[in-house]
Design a protein around this ligand. Sequence first.
Ligand SMILES: [Zn+2]
Ligand SMILES: [Zn+2]
Ligand SMILES: [Zn+2]
Ligand SMILES: [Zn+2]
Length: 676
Amino acid sequence: MHEVIDCDECDGLGFRVRRCFCVQGGDQLVVDGGRYADQVYVDCRVCGGDGSVAEPCARCGRAGRRRAQLVVTVVNLDTGAAASRRLLPGRLDPPAEPDTITRARDIVTGLAGAVGVRGLSPHWGQRALGDEVYWLPRRWRAHLPAQERLALEAEALAQQEYDPWRVYVGRGTEAPPSPEPGRELARLCEQADLLYLDLVVEARRRYGEVVWTIRYEVPGGRVPLDPHAQAQDLPSAIAATTFREAMRGLDDRGRDAPAYTVRPVRTTTAIPSSMDLGRLDRAVLADLADDAPGAQAVWRDGRWWHTPLRSAGSVEELHERETGQIVRYVRQMVRRAAEPPDPAWWGEPVEHRPCPDCRPGTRLRRCHCQVGAPGPDPQCSRCSGAGFAPSGLACFTCRDGGRIPAALTVTVTDGRRVSHETWRPVPGEPAPVVGYQPNGTPVHQLRPHWRLARHAAVFGVRPTDLTHLDEDQPVDQDLLDATVTVHDPAVEPARQHVERIGAGLPGARLFVLAAAPDAPPLTDLLRLAYALDLAVVVTYRDHRLDAGDPTKVQGERWDIRLTARDARIGAEFPFCASVELAVARCVEYLDMHLLAAVPREPDRPVPAPQAAPSPPVAEPTGLLRRVGRHYAGQPVVASFDRAGCRLWLAERGEVQPLARAATLDDAVSALRLSGS
Ligand SMILES: [Zn+2]
Ligand SMILES: [Zn+2]
Ligand SMILES: [Zn+2]
Ligand SMILES: [Zn+2]
């Protein structure tokens, strides 16, 4: 029996004794991050100066044993067919040579042929064909004594136990070829011109090699300390950078960029349909020549500007360790040797006031004792009445930008068209009270031109399809409807609205994507679940009873997850404002849903479903909305699997069964809802 082996980390005990982290820094309070002293910190809060700690074994999750078993599954979404291969000791393909890695491609190809998959669907989970599946050690030989060989194979499989079920999703048609990198880069430049942003192509020296990144920036910000670069060359950096990827973290990078309004300008030169990568690559590398720590090509105003990076001194970062020690890291900063000329689209500088809730350059933040009180509490244990206390978190008001702008630029785009607006409050603007918070604070609504929701119609999408471009989060209801909870009657609602949104935005700019989520139909997810013999659990809530109340959720909310068929159904709180968004989220986090569907106990097998092609499944959202409408205000839960459909109603955190039938249609008929 080699399918379950003792955990080598804890010798099967489920817990282990390890050296305490305090030994890294040695017996002192302030220690260097890069140092290893191998000496106990006498005042250690974790080990009390003993140097060793007993803790549950993380490797085996306290089980003391590990599963030596992996399953690879391929599903054809077009037919609903699935094929799986269970990898066990004694049932592995002999590698070409010991010490060679078996990759997903080696196993997926055969399974894909069996179910008629010709191309894998990207973005269903995070898997790639190049992923390592297992790796037999050099000692492994086909002619070793069976016991010894099986033990090596079991160990190799157990090494991968954290990810026991690898599911690849594909279709009967070939996947489209990956786009040509020169064209892709030209596309990214085009978007930069559309949104009035810089596109930065950067090469940095790291541990003796050069790594590349591509990202959008608000002009004039600092060069980031650590750009998370992975790519070894320019084409692979382009391949790894989607538009959303290049936008991610824009607000962090633009924290101290100067704020200007946008003055629409037309670029005079047309962007080539494909960038000359060889030329760009040579120009960037030439700037790296005399030992510069990095170099950048900045796409601004329709052309590339080149500059090497120069060292700009160092910053010290201090972190508290749970041992009670302070760890000190020294980080090298860089700056551009030459700044490109100011962007042609810069209008006027945006005025700002300092953030009232933090002290820039320090960790002092407004203390909680001041919330909802006229002043600080002299007895407060955190600030002793000073009103400000040290905090490890970013400032809640300005997100550490330190500035509250007086106006902001709102940029809405669908990737092809764009709208830039300046939002600036005018004193004395009418803003009627439209509701009250539970504590009696009035909620005002600004006039229609402040309501972001009006952009949805212009771009042909629903208001719920408006999302923050840099963080992939839907914009909130207050922003959609221009509703403002006025905490301070001395500040006009419009000004409060602009300050709340603008604080912490990069260069006082808000970027919004107006596009429906890039999601497959829900029926694809149902088909996947049937093929894998899992359940799709959909939670739906209709909020129509609260329509028009600015303090309540409006519209509908969805939650969709994939679970084991026998998993306990709970009352989930649905968050997604459209079924498409809920499907997109479920597909994005598919690997996590699948991991949760694998039994935890190492001696229970990993699912290895096989499925013949099955007929298409019916679209359930219309019927679910009908049930949700009947029980408006309460979450309705529906579970779909091979055996049929079950319905529940969530009440006070519990689920009550409503109906069970072969199809949703039958289940809903059994409910005999009024009007049916
Ligand atoms: Zn210690
Ligand atoms: Zn263990
Ligand atoms: Zn306080
Ligand atoms: Zn602040």
